[in-house]
Design a protein around this ligand. Structure first.
Ligand SMILES: NC(=O)c1ccc[n+]([C@@H]2O[C@H](COP(=O)([O-])OP(=O)(O)OC[C@H]3O[C@@H](n4cnc5c(N)ncnc54)[C@H](O)[C@@H]3O)[C@@H](O)[C@H]2O)c1
Length: 463
């Protein structure tokens, strides 16, 4: 996988389209860093008071606001949405919580005025995924730190633009991948770091979420369904991928090498579309994506990552969360915890069956991630996907307040988000392998592994 390519050529797709080789992709690399150099380990001076602009106050943004008002040192100074009613509802929440009123910004372009006016330090972006990049780029160009919902770039061009803008402006740009903060995902990270599973060779993840009702209940095609109609690959890859990348130290000792991706047919979604009234937007709909997508990524160090995406069939919610090491394995079980087994000595038979519930629970307590040890009870009380949403917000606020690097950086954002276009390319080329770009431009070889960091509540008094 050494065929260095000009980035533009790669983005145009001219190289991979014509490649007769088994590997159809190529490296979309820039050889020089833009502007101020690598963002690896980037930190800013401590910011005890952080002014936050909430942009996009729909399902996700409004609930984020409910969490952020609980975190000391954060001040919501701007509320922005297309819809004046959503801004008013959020303003009402601030007043109910005894917080000062925030500036109101209404309309599709209002985020520009917000960024131009310099009313906030952090741009918290919860808008629909197809507009994340232009908004994030605009905010970074106005020296704002960006925290952005998932995924945060839907094309390789957008991923590169985000990386380059971040490097030029020397600001934080982190994807709000809340699943990196799940209790089980963080337990796994701790267990992997302690070497209890041996050397990790395989990780399996997914986004399996029955959204049939949500996507077919109205009489209009929503932005979620539009993705299944227009895209070919895994357009929502980061929930499982983020935590897996942390376990495998992707961009910090290992890197994606290439992937293949494949779709099923779409009997489920096509069947639901046929049940809609004649003459509706749903009539004769075809879904490029198919009901189920499978993707297999190989890393430079020869580890395998499998990803599933399925929002179309009747089955329980699942992110799979399986980590396979040479000495054992761990598997998340949605709603009821996890299964684990590992051997103490080589081939001692200790991992022939999963440990019983009691032992698994004892291990869970013993190896609970430091962040969950400190703030777990509080996070569960506040809620948001079992507490992980609050954990994520507390942690970035803590890092900014104490002048620490954030847990993930713009290279992670780009690497995880790039799966959207890379899988699209693979599916459209008949599931041929596609090479993954290295957004770090080689820095992954020497970057420090992901830390297993907690928070010190005395440096962030939480009431
Ligand atoms: N991390 C998670 O667990 C999770 C869960 C759900 C959704 N998401 C992500 O969160 C994002 C938002 O999802 P949602 O379910 O809240 O969607 P939503 O449609 O409920 O909310 C989006 C909001 O953005 C507003 N908006 C649209 N264009 C805007 C613009 N130009 N300026 C300001 N506001 C604008 C809309 O009016 C709406 O209120 C998506 O990127 C989605 O992928 C993440």
């Amino acid at each position: 996988m050494k065929n260095l390519q000009n980035r533009r050529e790669f983005l145009k797709g001219s190289a991979w389209m014509g490649a007769a080789a088994v590997v159809a992709g190529c490296m979309g690399e820039r050889l020089k860093l833009t502007g101020g150099g690598s963002m690896a380990g980037f930190a800013v001076k401590p910011m005890p008071r952080i002014r936050v602009a909430m942009v996009g106050l729909g399902g996700r943004g409004y609930w984020a606001l409910r969490r952020l008002v609980l975190i000391p040192g954060l001040e919501i100074t701007a509320l922005c949405d297309l819809d004046a009613e959503k801004v008013a509802k959020s303003q009402k929440l601030l007043s109910e919580k005894g917080k000062p009123g925030a500036g109101e910004y209404v309309g599709a372009e209002a985020y520009r005025r917000l960024a131009d006016e310099g009313v906030a330090d952090v741009f918290y972006n919860s808008t629909p995924r197809d507009i994340h990049t232009p908004l994030n780029v605009y905010a970074m160009n106005r020296a704002m730190h960006v925290l952005t919902e998932v995924p945060s770039g839907r094309t390789l061009e957008e991923c590169w633009e985000t990386v380059e803008t971040c490097e030029r402006n020397r600001v934080h740009c982190m994807m709000l991948e809340n699943c990196c903060y799940g209790e089980m995902e963080m337990l796994a990270l701790n267990i992997v770091r302690l070497g209890l599973l041996g050397e990790i060779v395989q990780c399996d993840g997914g986004y399996i979420h029955d959204q049939r009702k949500m996507q077919f209940s109205g009489d209009k095609i929503g932005w979620r369904l539009k993705d299944t109609i227009e895209k070919y690959g895994n357009f929502y890859p980061t929930h499982a991928l983020g935590p897996i990348c942390k376990c495998l130290n992707i961009n910090r000792g290992d890197a994606f090498d290439y992937l293949v991706s494949m779709n099923s047919a779409s009997p489920s979604f096509e069947g639901l579309a046929r049940r809609k009234p004649k003459g509706s937007e749903f009539e004769n709909l075809k879904f490029n994506r198919g009901d189920v997508n499978f993707t297999l990524i190989r890393t430079k160090k020869g580890r395998l990552i499998s990803l599933q995406h399925n929002v179309a069939t009747a089955r329980p919610y699942d992110r799979i969360n399986q980590i396979v090491g040479t000495k054992g394995l761990m598997r998340g079980i949605e709603g009821s915890g996890y299964s684990i087994c590992f051997e103490k000595e080589l081939c001692d038979g200790g991992a022939k069956s999963y440990f019983d519930r009691e032992k698994a629970e004892a291990l869970r307590r013993e190896y609970r991630h430091p962040l969950w040890k400190t703030a777990g009870e509080l996070a569960k009380k506040v809620g948001g996907h079992g507490g992980m949403d609050f954990m994520m917000d507390v942690r970035w606020a803590y890092c900014l307040q104490n002048g620490l690097p954030l847990d993930t950086d713009v290279y992670d954002l780009a690497t995880w988000s790039s799966i959207v276009e890379l899988t699209d390319r693979s599916v459209r080329s008949g599931s041929r392998p596609v090479e993954c770009p290295d957004f770090t431009r080689g820095a992954w070889k020497t970057a420090e592994p992901f830390a297993v960091d907690g928070i010190d509540l005395s440096k962030m008094p939480i009431s």
